[in-house]
Write a protein that binds this ligand. Sequence first.
Ligand code: AP5
Length: 208
Amino acid sequence: MRMILFGPPGAGKGTQAARLLERHPEIAHLSTGDMLRAAVAEGTALGKQADAFMKAGDLVPDELVVGLVMERLQKPDCQDGFMLDGFPRTVPQAAALDKALDAAGIALDHVVVIEVPDELIVDRITGRRMDPETGAIYHMKFDPPPAEVLDRVIQRKDDTAEAVTSRLAKYHSETTPVLPLYQDKGIVRLIDGVGPPHEVALRIETAL
Ligand code: AP5
């Protein structure tokens, strides 16, 4: 299976990616947000360039992200399928992906769009915490971390109310124009992202 997980910041892409991987362990998970955060943490040249854009809630320039994804898609673990999470996020990124997949004779099966209204997003993002040891995602209200990990959970630097506003604006101006390209191919699956995560997961599985 080759798919894209699409949706606004805080829609639940990472949460649902973890559940999808439990059911489809054969596919690779490529989260550009995770890849960029790893590059920032390692202090690579790419990470140094990406850091300021991410903190401000801006998109990292296409040429940096496209190179990162194209290199990753060549790895052996992507050959039996992949789930792109947070990519493509602009029309040029989608065009670069299309070109690479066409050249490799590969077609996408699904673009899963998790729909959540803007007014719920700020709450979801500002309450998010992550366990740096396991990568598990929690929410202080909707999915509180268990007592044994509470002391070590961290908050992402771009999970401030100011950065969320900018990330949402970018989503509407730069990312949603990508969707018509996939609607023309008949592979877009619109999923209601409101409700408990297990219900959203069931909706996704049914759509797939
Ligand atoms: P990225 O890491 O991709 O962030 P994002 O798209 O903004 O998405 P998030 O990770 O914030 O949210 P999510 O949808 O995964 O939600 P989650 O499951 O965590 O990108 C970060 C930055 O990197 C970008 O701003 C940009 O700078 C850069 N970048 C990345 N890709 C790029 C690209 N392609 N081009 C250019 N720049 C790029 O859930 C959120 C919270 O809600 C959690 O606390 C969770 O517990 C809770 N939650 C989840 N589901 C539910 C539910 N059903 N009900 C209640 N709460 C829920």
